[in-house]
Design a protein around this ligand. Structure first.
Ligand code: G3P
Length: 239
């Protein structure tokens, strides 16, 4: 085992997520499932090391152990539940994710939305476990409400741009600017439709601390080439 995954769970061992960061959400894309998830995570790791930038990956929960066992970059889950050890069949226990090597999790992604109360309870549970929470919001209003719960980072992704070819940086630079203005003391990450280094540069110049991407990488013919473009953009905009 060469990565972070370890059967030993220690509540004090919270890996640091550094900024600016590019987080690739593997969703359930075939190109990012099972062994392909591992290959893609390794490409992220090697490009991140080559350019000295912060990349993180977000594979499916079932792939976390394998991926986290083999790479050193931060690994996020798509989601977890605010449950504890016990009678919670079918739920995702944050302690189990951490034992599998995850450093944190997305919450409330546009494709896995949860009620506000559940977000609050999940953030509380994550704190107990020492788990990084990146909570997603559809718009500024929701992001502000979520920010009051003090997650480790807030991600804004306009749902209508997710999976498309027009990026949040091009279509909605104002939402990035405004989010950075109103959300104080919590890193703002943005995503949706990001395909190029230029998209990343715009987001970071407007004050975002990172970018969430999926199809730009998972559907790319040559993901390494895309990641190199992203890495150059990240390295030109230090935190
Ligand atoms: O979580 C990232 C995501 O929703 C953005 O997806 O395909 O627009 O980069 P995509």
């Amino acid at each position: 085992m060469t990565g972070k995954g370890s059967p030993c769970y220690d509540v004090n061992l919270m890996d640091k997520v550094n900024f600016p960061v590019l987080i690739t959400n593997f969703k359930t894309y075939e190109s990012a499932t099972g062994i392909e998830a591992l290959k893609l995570a390794k490409i992220h790791e090697s490009v991140a090391a080559e350019f000295g930038v912060n990349f993180a990956v977000c594979p499916q929960v079932v792939d976390i152990w394998m991926v986290a066992s083999e790479v050193q970059i931060p690994v996020f889950a798509h989601h977890f539940d605010a449950v504890t050890h016990g009678q919670f069949t079918g739920h995702i226990l944050p302690e189990a994710l951490k034992m599998a090597g995850a450093d944190g999790s997305l919450l409330n992604h546009a494709e896995k939305r949860i009620p506000f109360q559940q977000i609050a309870e999940s953030i509380k549970r994550a704190r107990e476990v020492g788990f990084f929470t990146l909570v997603c919001a559809r718009d500024i209003e929701e992001a502000q409400k979520i920010a009051e719960l003090k997650p480790d980072a807030v991600a804004i992704e306009p749902p209508e741009l997710i999976g498309g070819d027009i990026s949040v940086s091009t279509a909605s630079p104002d939402i990035i600017k405004k989010a950075v203005e109103v959300i104080k003391g919590i890193p703002v990450i943005v995503g949706a439709g990001v395909k190029t280094g230029e998209d990343i540069k715009i987001a970071l110049k407007l004050g975002a601390k990172g970018v969430l991407v999926a199809s730009g990488v998972t559907k790319a013919k040559d993901p390494r080439k895309v990641l190199v473009d992203f890495a150059k953009a990240l390295s030109s905009c230090p935190a």
